[in-house]
Design a protein around this ligand. Structure first.
Ligand SMILES: C[S@@+](CC[C@H](N)C(=O)[O-])C[C@H]1O[C@@H](n2cnc3c(N)ncnc32)[C@H](O)[C@@H]1O
Length: 199
């Protein structure tokens, strides 16, 4: 999540894949400002291109991150995204009505469990360990599958802390015995965590 995520697409229209451009326009129309930033979106696009099996997302928002995933995914790879806000679900279903092998599920993020396991799972609205319990990678990822947690402040010290306390939103992933976890700094103020399930 990025508070200024949608606004960060200003002036980029000519460089954006079609699904992303359409979703950014929807986010602007609905006044939704929490879209993922383009730096993260380009990472999602590249990761999606490497997924041979299913791709999942929690927290569809207005479909900007989903647009990047669709722009990168291989033909025939199914994408499932879960969103709890009915208005966003309806709007994104309409936006991508012509896209094959895509399902937008209305419900709590835990509904993603019925659609896995995933080669790539983006946790952007529940299950990311920030405000709620982290998702179970053994249940949701294929062996060798990767999960993504966006919108972190770049690490400057180890062990990671948040407001002076252990940053359990991060350590849950680093300490998980099934995962190999690292972070990528995408901008001076933005990092993304990647965790791959051990084969
Ligand atoms: C940061 S925004 C998602 C941005 C989007 N993934 C993108 O890249 O543009 C988070 C979204 O998650 C949804 N959300 C938050 N908690 C949720 C939950 N427990 N289950 C399902 N959706 C949730 C919010 O309604 C919001 O639309």
């Amino acid at each position: 999540m990025s508070i200024s995520g949608t606004a960060s697409y200003a002036d980029l229209a000519a460089t954006l894949p079609q699904p992303v451009l359409r979703a950014v326009e929807l986010a602007e129309r609905l006044g939704f400002d929490q879209s993922c930033r383009p730096e993260h979106g380009r990472l999602l696009q590249a990761l999606a291109a490497g997924a041979a099996g299913r791709i999942g997302e929690t927290g569809t928002g207005c479909g900007v991150g989903l647009g990047w995933l669709l722009a990168g995914r291989r033909p025939g790879v199914r994408v499932v995204s879960v969103e709890r806000e009915a208005e966003r679900v309806a709007a994104v279903r309409e936006l991508f009505a012509d896209v094959a092998d895509l399902e937008i599920v209305h419900g709590d993020w835990t509904a993603i469990g019925a659609h896995g396991p995933f080669d790539l799972l983006v946790l952007d609205g529940g299950g990311n360990g920030k405000q709620s319990a982290p998702a179970d990678p053994d249940a949701l990822l294929t062996p060798g599958g990767t999960l993504v947690v966006d919108d972190l402040t770049p690490l400057t010290a180890w062990p990671p802390t948040h407001l002076g306390r252990p940053d359990t939103g991060r350590t849950a992933w680093y300490d998980h015995p099934s995962l190999l976890t690292t972070e990528v700094r995408l901008a001076p103020d933005l990092a993304t965590l990647l965790a791959t399930r051990r084969p």
